[in-house]
Every structure is written in C-alpha cells, then in structure tokens.
Design a protein around this ligand. Structure first.
Ligand SMILES: [Zn+2]
Length: 391
C-alpha cells in the first residue's frame, strides 16, 4: 500500500535496478502504445517478484523512487498494487478476471469493537446483499469468513497477492475460504476503528465486475442500497457499536477511502464519547489542534479539555494522508468539523511538536491550551470508563 516512505537506501540488486529503470522509462513515456509496452515489461518483472515473495525488493525500488522521482514512484506503486489485487486465472471453459475487494465499515464503541470469524448464515446473507446491490449480474464472489481489523489485513504486497489468488480460485470453483484466527496477530483496541470483509469477485474476462458497469446500473444507487441493506446485514456483527458502512470497492482504494473517512468518524466518536462519559454538551468542551513532526509534518493531534479548566482529558490523532503536507488546509478542516459538532472553543497552535508517546503506556501525548504536550487524563471518577486511545 502507498505510504510514507523512509529515505533509507538499501543497495539495489541488479533486478531491482532494472525495475527502477523500467518505472522511470514508463514515467517518461508519452504515448498509449509506448505505455502499453512498458506496462508489459514492468508487469512481467513485478509478477516474478511477487511469485518469489520478494517483498524487500519491491519496497527497495519504491523507497529509491520515492526520493528521486515522484511520478515514477506513483506509477510503480499503482502497478504493484494492481498486480496484487487483480489476476487472470484459467478456469473451466474460460479465463477469469479476479479482483480482490474490501467491504469496509467504520465503528466505534465504549466497549469492544468485534472482529473474528463470521458465522456461515450471516456470511451468506452478506454475500446475497453484495451480489444484489454491488456486483454485476454474472459476477461470482467468494468472501473470507472473517471480520478483519486493520492489524489483520495482509501485511505487504506478496501476502495480498496470495490472498487474491486463494479467494479467486475459491470463487471460480464455488469453494469457501476459512481464515484461521490463530494465524493472525492480536488487534489493537481503539474507541473508533475500521473493520473489513474481504472477498474476490470473478468474471469471465472482459465482463463487468460491478453493478454500475452495467447499462442500467448507477454507482449512487448501488451505494444507497448497500448502505441500507448491507448495513442491516452487517448489524449482528457489530453489536454495541455505532457504525457506518462504505461502498465495497477494489481492495487498495477501499482501504484508502476508509482511512480518509475514519478521520472525521473518529473525531465525531471522540466527541460523542466525551459528551456521554462526562454528561456535558459539546459546548462544554475545548479542542486544541497542533501539528506534530518527525523530519516532516506527520500528523495533527487534538487535545480535548473541558471549558471550565485546562487539563487535557482526551486526545485524537489525525494522520496526514497521501499528498497532504504542511501546506494543506488540514487544521481548518479539523476546526470546521469540531464546530459542526458543537465545540465552540477551538485553539490552533503552530508549534512544531515532536511525535511523542508516553514511555509507560505508549499513548500519544496531546497538545494543551498552554502550548505543551501532555498525557491525557480523564477526571478520576470517569477514568474507569475510558477505553484505549483512538486510532
Ligand atoms: Zn501513559
């Protein structure tokens, strides 16, 4: 997945040098025909590297391009992602196109946000709703029987490509895919977080995958129907949570859209949580927004206090995404949202705070109205009700 890259430089092996050179040549191409040629060359090499599980090589090429050529970097990252989530598989009587998809949902709860194995009848209902509202009429789908937290998602390109193949084969041969929870890491617990179902959509090559590719299909209708019908079907998986579905999509763009949507969702969850826990209106809260830096700006953090005193009681991390940097209007966006949710006192600090965490519990330190970074502490009597920090 595209992400902030370190500027460390691994030495490139000759094949990874070739990968870098192909990506740079592809980035300089200015004709569709030349593009197609470079894409074939790059595609073959990326395919080999994925088959060999050369995760390190793929990342070394991206790290190298990230500091040297942003266009070649974007194009290589797009191609690697496409090859992880799209496949052609020869099946009975036809060649099939396989697309890995994610069905994202945002949730928040004072208690636990569930993840884990999905009971078979519930998975069937979700599959029926997905086929009815989101997928093209002739598409087949296999869903993994698991509600994934972000920690459970395939970590890296090669495991993603493997999952695409496994789910794609399952869809072609009408098999199911069971995920063994013992093989997955523990998920971190947050007040607000995302969850995903993962699946593969399979069609004979050249046929539409999604409902909105069909002549009478519209993306808006698919989305509306999925949010209501899919939402009802998802409800039993998220007992005790407030939740919001997103439209199922190709895996990497679904993850990116979810990361983007999860920021305002977490902000709203924080405010709702504080209102309920402290039994005060939003106007009884003050928010302090400040930028946090490593070498570059990494994220904004928001410290919450009650208006009656200056003690930071809670905090929220607002990570920067993709092309955002210190020239983006992120603080203004955060302030607008806070005000929409009823917080009247918003303080913007322009300090360059370091990205620091508590040495004891690892929780982020948040900006205070006095221009310091501090450990958030709930008032004593409410502290027991406090779940972990936010994602
Ligand atoms: Zn601590």
């Amino acid at each position: 997945m595209k992400r902030t890259r370190s500027s460390r430089h691994a030495r490139l092996t000759p094949r990874i040098e070739t990968l870098v050179q192909l990506a740079e040549a592809y980035a300089r191409s200015c004709s569709r025909l030349e593009d197609a040629w470079w894409e074939r060359e790059l595609g073959a090499l990326i395919g080999d590297l994925l088959d060999e599980h050369n995760e390190e090589g793929l990342n070394a090429a991206l790290d190298h391009l990230h500091s040297n050529s942003s266009r070649a970097y974007d194009m290589l990252a797009d191609m690697i992602e496409a090859q992880c989530e799209c496949l052609s598989i020869a099946g009975p009587g036809a060649t099939f196109s396989v697309q890995l998809i994610a069905l994202p949902v945002l949730a928040w709860s004072r208690f636990n946000i569930p993840s884990g194995t999905i009971p078979a009848p519930l998975l069937d209902t979700l599959r029926v709703q997905l086929q009815a509202h989101v997928l093209a009429a002739d598409a087949r789908v296999a869903l993994a029987n698991f509600l994934f937290s972000p920690d459970h998602l395939p970590q890296g390109f090669c495991p993603t490509a493997e999952l695409t193949r496994e789910l794609g084969e399952a869809a072609i041969h009408h098999r199911s895919v069971s995920i063994d929870p013992a093989l997955l890491p523990e998920s971190m617990k947050f007040l607000s977080d995302s969850r995903y179902l993962l699946g593969a959509v399979v069609v004979p090559q050249g046929q539409p995958l999604f409902r909105w590719q069909e002549k009478d299909g519209k993306r808006e209708n698919a989305e509306r129907n999925w949010l209501s019908q899919g939402g009802n079907a998802m409800q039993p998986l998220l007992t005790g949570c407030a939740s919001e579905l997103l439209l199922p999509q190709a895996y990497f763009s679904a993850c990116r859209d979810t990361d983007r949507a999860s920021r305002p969702f977490s902000l709203q969850a924080s405010i709702e949580f504080l209102k309920t826990t402290l039994d005060i209106p939003a106007a009884g809260l003050r928010a302090v927004i400040a930028p946090f830096y490593e070498e570059d700006l990494v994220e904004y953090r928001v410290g919450f206090t009650q208006t009656a005193d200056r003690q930071v009681i809670y905090g929220l991390v607002w990570p920067l995404l993709e092309a955002e940097d210190e020239n983006s209007d992120v603080p203004a966006q955060i302030e607008t949202l806070l005000k929409q949710h009823g917080i009247e006192q918003v303080v913007q600090l322009d300090h360059r705070f370091p990205v620091e965490f508590c040495d004891d519990c690892g929780t982020p330190l948040y900006p205070s109205p006095d221009g310091e970074i501090v450990h958030a502490e709930m008032p004593e009597e409410e502290a027991d009700a406090l779940p972990k920090h936010l994602h």
